[in-house]
Design a protein around this ligand. Structure first.
Ligand code: HEC
Length: 405
């Protein structure tokens, strides 16, 4: 690890390359994982009873794709000794997990404290923040595992609610020690780890046991699949929330707000609702359309409620001079957003955004309002110590039409 840390300190450009390649890979294998999972859910939902009434057949489906027909039949059991070459779907999950953790290190642990720490949230050092992040991910997964392996497992409904309450507590807790962005990413990483671990430790072993029993001529006990089924359902409901978290860092309107943890939970509920719709609509679930409608209404309500700007600086009675604005930006933003940043982490202006000349500033006024007035997404991790008054000043200037004189 010290080697990695020094690589990070030595060459931000190298780290950025690593970020690019690992992210690229992560997204591709993630698509593979979630794609196959969606595909099998769809298959299962559309199986029609096999016409020949095969004893162990769960149903059949006909598909058309890539210039041909596919006849797929689901069997719970095949005659012993006849187990054909099986295609397992597991590497998509494992590789998504591994590349995700690698990306977490590259972006959040090695990429400078700006992503992990926000002094306005908690004055902690980067190593402490990293430790908190790792403990949250590992601890969250361990708690989850403990709950579902214990006899509590039998109280499934209560435990589902219990786990959800735990998730809220973790999101709340992290958002009070880490930067909003990092808090989101760690909640998502924890859920992602739970999903991968479910495949590795429960779902795959269950399937291997099923195949072994089948090969030995025993009809598999349906109860064996119980735990695997339960974890599959958990994974199913986690997919949309986790995918949201993975794109959340582009949306300061979520993590950059005061009630960021509540917004996160609200979006999880919306994602869960959509998932419920997808799972049940095909099967004729009566409530499905209402749940979908509820999720859409909730999403719109959330957008409206949280669009009220955060900084409530009193409207200026006096005209704000551009010189004042330029002064604030020079002091709080240019360390990173200039042709030659002086910041210790960024050697290139992040996202190509330069805020040196009046024209450059004028060109991104709407983004400045989003990132530094309506939310506190910028300065990153408030590394340069921007004050509420300065945010209000920028807000008033923009409200006055952002004049450049
Ligand atoms: C410590 C370095 C740092 C400071 C200081 C900083 N930023 Fe940024 N800024 C970043 C980084 C890193 C990104 C890219 C974030 C990302 O890709 O998620 C960024 C991105 C942006 C963007 C582009 C957003 C987009 O959607 O592409 C804007 C606009 C911005 N910052 C405005 C500001 C303003 C205004 C200030 C001062 C109030 C400021 N920044 C201070 C690091 C900084």
């Amino acid at each position: 690890m010290p080697l990695l840390f020094s690589v990070g300190a030595m060459s931000p450009v190298f780290l950025e390359w690593a970020n690019l390649f690992v992210r690229w890979f992560h997204i591709v294998v993630g698509i593979g994982w979630i794609g196959t999972s969606f595909f099998f859910i769809h298959l299962d939902a559309h199986l029609r009873a096999a016409a020949d009434g095969a004893k162990h057949g769960a149903g059949k489906i006909w598909l058309i794709h890539s210039g041909g027909y596919y006849e797929v039949e689901k069997l719970k059991y095949v005659p012993p000794g006849k187990i054909p070459e099986l295609h397992w779907y597991k590497w998509e999950a494992y590789l998504t997990g591994l590349s995700g953790i690698t990306l977490l290190f590259i972006v959040y642990y090695l990429g400078g404290s700006g992503f992990m720490v926000d002094p306005a949230v908690a004055e902690i050092a980067q190593p402490e923040a990293v430790a908190i992040g790792i403990v949250a991910i590992a601890g969250g997964w361990a708690l989850y595992e403990l709950i579902w392996r214990s006899p509590l497992n039998r109280l499934e409904g209560v435990m589902n609610l219990g786990c959800f309450a735990l998730l809220i507590a973790i999101a709340w807790g992290l958002s009070h020690v880490l930067s909003g962005r990092a808090a989101y990413m760690h909640v998502g990483a924890m859920m992602g780890v739970i999903m991968v671990a479910n495949v590795l430790f429960v779902i795959q072993p269950g399937q291997r046991r099923m195949v072994r029993a089948n090969a030995a001529g025993q009809v598999p006990d349906p109860a064996w699949g119980g735990a695997a089924k339960q974890r599959s359902v958990h994974n199913n409901y986690l997919t949309l929330p986790v995918v949201f978290v993975m794109i959340s860092n582009h949306f300061p309107n979520t993590y950059g707000q005061k009630w960021n943890w509540a917004i996160l939970i609200a979006l999880f509920i919306v994602g869960g609702g959509v998932r419920y719709f997808l799972n049940t609509y095909d099967r004729g679930g009566r409530a499905a359309p209402y749940v979908l409608g509820g999720a859409v209404v909730a999403a719109i309500a959330l957008a409206l409620v949280t669009s009220v700007p955060m900084s409530s600086g009193a409207p200026a009675t006096e005209r704000v001079a551009f010189a004042q604005v330029h002064g604030v930006i020079a002091e709080r933003c240019m360390q990173c957003h200039s042709a030659h940043p002086t910041d210790d982490t960024f050697r290139e202006p992040p996202n190509g955004v330069k805020l040196e000349t009046p024209q450059q500033i004028a060109g991104v006024v709407a983004k400045i309002k989003l990132m530094a007035v309506d939310t506190n997404a910028m300065p990153l991790g408030n590394k340069t110590g921007m004050t509420a008054n300065e945010r209000a000043l920028l807000g008033n200037w923009i409200a006055q039409g952002a004049p450049l004189d």
